[in-house]
Design a protein around this ligand. Structure first.
Ligand SMILES: [Zn+2]
Length: 524
């Protein structure tokens, strides 16, 4: 017997035929897809029925690269600075937030972006000391690759003028050699290792808040790209008690900043809701923070960015993971980092389980790198929404010759690379997949400038990359990514057909209902 029928809508199946009217669900999976008459004809008296009233059902959306616990941290206990427009606003945010914290607690914030601040510079320790002289303050830049901290935090971490930066990191200093409070890449580990870590209970609340948020955006499957052993344990425990409302691909780190030894491999684990079979590495940093490793100097900052690993070390870590049967997902944005990762992936040979490795972000590949990635059957996980949210940073920081190849999603698809679109949330404020789709189609940033317009893709391609593309990147393509009989009944019901409306209306499309495994888990 069918448990549920959705009928009277436009069902975008991403299968053949591409459009239907109704879906029948049994035991959490899709039993049939077809016309309203046929599917209702198969329903029994006790079958629940939902009339879509002409609305559009799409496969549950997939955010292939996100940081779930960090989304949740912002929602449950962190100062959110993603809308701050001046250093004054950062300072008043710190003051107000501090007033609500118990004495001695660290104040953590996230999301400042100096390009969005009136002063066009990040907060320094001096700015932060004025706002909060006593408790340690740690503000993570929007990209997640840089901290701005106050003197109390530097003191607790023992960072002074004589402190050397760890390999792959930078401690910014003033003309007297004193730390300015800005710590980049692996130097962030000096702080992270002394900051009180969240408890398991904190993590549970973060996961819960983040997944509820994603379900309101129609996201039924997502990823936590880079987790510590304790967070992985929390995921396993929550999965064990049936507490995950959506499907998560959790990627453990093997290297944690500030910890000298690699983290041992955890046990691989694949259940319906939780997948642990991908390890995450970071080859470089971010563009707007000038830590992505480029072959040419940045326009707005000194230097070419940072490679976080020596070639031999990253190769050895990747080879261990590859041989042990893990999928590897490596963050690589700059062309130098992309070369490093392509060289290493190529040297690994055939995967023992036949898995394809991933390049996260894949921000600035040239034509030769794209064809190499295609030849190696790699999967790309770029963020079209960066065009929207970080376009002004890209225009300010990249040399002219790099702009036309910034997040070149058209060229990735044309080269034959499988693409999974994603948000990298909370790096950007808006992780709505429909905003990411619109940016992939228009290539327009939030100030109306076009970034590499020749790299535009179609609405159909964007929807595919947010659904089937993500399923492929996770190894779940037999279970999700399209609406066809046998797959999980993971469905988002949208107010409008995203393939039929004008692209400027896409960001305003509402998610009215979200189903995971045939269960209604969000309703507007
Ligand atoms: Zn990320």
């Amino acid at each position: 017997m069918l448990d549920l029928v959705l009928h009277g809508g436009i069902v975008l199946t991403q299968a053949t035929p591409p459009v239907a009217e109704a879906i029948g669900v049994r035991n959490g999976r899709i039993a049939c897809v077809g016309s309203t008459a046929d599917v209702l004809g198969a329903a029994a008296a006790a079958t629940a029925r939902i009339d879509l009233g002409g609305r559009t059902a799409v496969p549950g959306l997939n955010d292939a690269h996100a940081h779930i616990w960090k989304i949740g941290h912002l929602l449950t206990g962190m100062l959110d600075l993603r809308r701050a427009a001046s250093l004054d606003e950062v300072a008043s945010g710190v003051r107000d937030f501090s007033a609500r914290l118990p004495p001695g607690a660290w104040l953590q914030g996230r999301g400042y972006n100096e390009a969005a601040l009136k002063e066009q510079r990040p907060p320094t320790r001096a700015d932060l000391d004025l706002a909060e002289p006593t408790r340690p303050v740690v503000l993570t830049r929007t990209c997640g690759h840089m901290y701005a901290v106050n003197s109390a935090a530097l003191t607790q971490a023992g960072i002074g003028s004589a402190t050397a930066a760890p390999a792959g990191g930078v401690i910014d200093r003033d003309e007297r050699g004193e730390p300015t409070g800005i710590l980049r890449e692996t130097a962030m580990g000096l702080i992270t290792t002394v900051m009180p870590p969240p408890t398991s209970h904190d993590y549970e609340l973060m996961i819960e808040a983040a997944l509820r948020h994603q379900l309101s955006l129609g996201i039924t499957s997502s990823a936590d790209c880079g987790v510590s052993p304790i967070l992985l344990q929390v995921y396993r425990a929550v999965d064990e008690k049936g507490g995950l409302p959506s499907r998560i691909n959790v990627m453990p780190f093997r290297r944690i900043d500030g910890v000298p030894q690699p983290v041992p491999f955890p046990e691989q684990h694949v259940s319906d809701m939780l997948r642990v079979d991908t390890v995450k590495f970071l080859a470089d940093g971010g563009l707007s923070g000038a830590t992505a490793a480029l072959s040419v100097p940045y326009r707005h900052a000194a230097g070419h960015g940072v490679l976080r690993f020596g070639h031999a070390e990253l190769r050895e870590l990747c080879e261990e993971a590859h041989r042990a049967g893990w999928r590897i997902a490596t963050h690589a944005i700059g062309d130098v980092a992309i070369d490093q990762v392509l060289d290493i992936y190529e040297s690994l040979g055939a995967h023992p389980r036949g898995l394809a490795h991933r390049i996260e972000h894949f921000g600035l590949p040239d034509a030769a790198q794209l064809s190499r990635a295609a030849r190696l059957r790699l999967i790309a996980a770029p963020q079209s929404v960066f065009i929207h949210s970080l376009g002004r940073n890209f225009r300010a920081c990249l040399p002219d010759e790099f702009l036309p190849r910034t997040y070149p999603i058209r060229a990735m698809l044309d080269a034959g690379i499988r693409v999974a679109l994603s948000s990298d949330a909370p790096v950007v404020e808006d992780d709505n997949p429909l905003v990411g789709m619109a940016a992939a189609i228009t290539r327009m940033d939030s100030t109306g400038h076009l970034i590499a317009p020749a790299q535009a893709i179609t609405a159909r391609e964007a929807l595919y990359a947010y659904t089937m593309g993500g399923a492929i990147a996770t190894g779940d393509e037999t279970n999700r990514g399209s609406l066809e009989a046998g797959k999980w009944a993971d469905i988002a019901v949208l107010s409008d057909n995203p393939l039929a409306i004008a692209v400027d209306r896409l960001p305003a499309v509402r998610v009215d209902m979200t189903f995971v495994g045939g269960r209604l888990v969000f309703e507007r």
